[in-house]
Design a protein around this ligand. Structure first.
Ligand code: LHQ
Length: 260
């Protein structure tokens, strides 16, 4: 069904693989829309409790396909191209109430870096690197980088990366707090799978609500955040998983969460 990505659901884990390895998974219009479709499917599929996004071959994604950009019809401005594709995708990744892991197997450049940053958990192979490539071609950071990057690594380092276009290694990305872990390439797939399994067995509704509260708090006052917590805790407290968590604690056994 998809041409530019692979999409598969196994054991509550939806895996989306960007699949244009010969171009380091550069993003053309079709790929962006297939990703949107896949994320929407994963959001709606009740079997899915965690989503993993990764790249085939040696790259995660080299960002906008520059050949495709050059052949773009003049009818659609760059701004509209962003609004219809990348902006919708990044917003969806941040608002889906299921955990999203970006498994950054190789270079993530331009919009590819923005999409990597939009994951809730960012796991990098030791072969990964990050480039705010926009400035190298006379553009500004887009697809959420201006918002996400300073929040993750602070304004000083973010602006330096954005204005130099220098490559950030996986090791520095870890030291700067851009990624959760750096994993040796040989162990990458197995480690990502273990993270995905752990999240797939967690109380999915509570994870989703945590994500909502966390994201809202990034732009709210303390008073607003306290109120959001109170409202959403009512919802979390009424879930089957919350009942199971409390019951399991009292019975001194491991909880079995179903995601409901
Ligand atoms: C590519 C690409 C690519 C096409 C590698 N396109 N072919 C902007 C404007 C408008 C709308 C929406 O969004 C955006 C946001 C953006 O994303 S702007 C930033 C776009 N991305 C870039 O400028 C990065 C361009 N790529 C690179 O600088 C390098 O490829 C990096 C540093 C990522 C990797 O370098 P290498 O490891 O040396 O690989 P390579 O350059 O040899 O690339 C391998 C192949 O992939 C090569 O094709 P070839 O046929 O020669 O083997 C590249 O042409 C192709 N490729 N990125 N973005």
């Amino acid at each position: 069904m998809f041409e530019t990505i692979h999409y598969q659901v196994t054991s509550a884990i939806a895996t989306i693989v960007l699949n244009r390895p010969e171009k380091l998974n550069a993003l053309n219009e079709r790929m962006t829309h297939e990703m949107l479709e896949a994320f929407n499917q994963a959001a709606q599929d009740e079997r899915v409790r965690v989503i993993v996004l990764t790249g085939a071959g040696r790259g995660f994604s080299a960002g906008q396909d520059l050949e495709d950009l050059q052949h773009r019809s003049d009818d659609v401005s760059i701004g509209d191209h962003l609004r219809r594709g990348y902006n919708a995708l990044v917003l969806l990744m941040r608002t889906i109430e299921k955990p999203v892991i970006t498994a950054i197997n190789g270079v993530a450049a331009g919009a590819g870096m923005s999409i990597a940053l939009a994951g809730d958990f960012r796991l990098a192979s030791d072969r990964a690197s990050f480039i705010q490539a926009f400035i190298r071609i006379g553009l500004i950071p887009d697809s959420g980088s201006t918002w996400l990057l300073p929040r993750l690594i602070g304004p000083t380092r973010a602006l330096e990366l954005m204005t130099t276009g220098d490559r950030l290694s996986a090791a520095d990305a870890l030291a700067w707090g851009l990624v959760n872990r750096v994993i040796p390439a040989e162990e990458f797939e197995a480690t990502v799978a273990a993270w995905a399994r752990r999240l797939a067995e967690a109380p999915t509704r509570a994870l989703g609500l945590t994500k909502r509260a966390f994201n809202q708090a990034l732009t709210s006052t303390l008073a607003e955040a306290l109120e959001v917590e109170a409202v959403l805790q009512d919802v979390a407290g009424a879930t089957a998983d919350s009942r199971e968590g409390v019951q399991a604690f009292l019975e001194k056994r491991a909880p079995v969460f179903t995601g409901r």
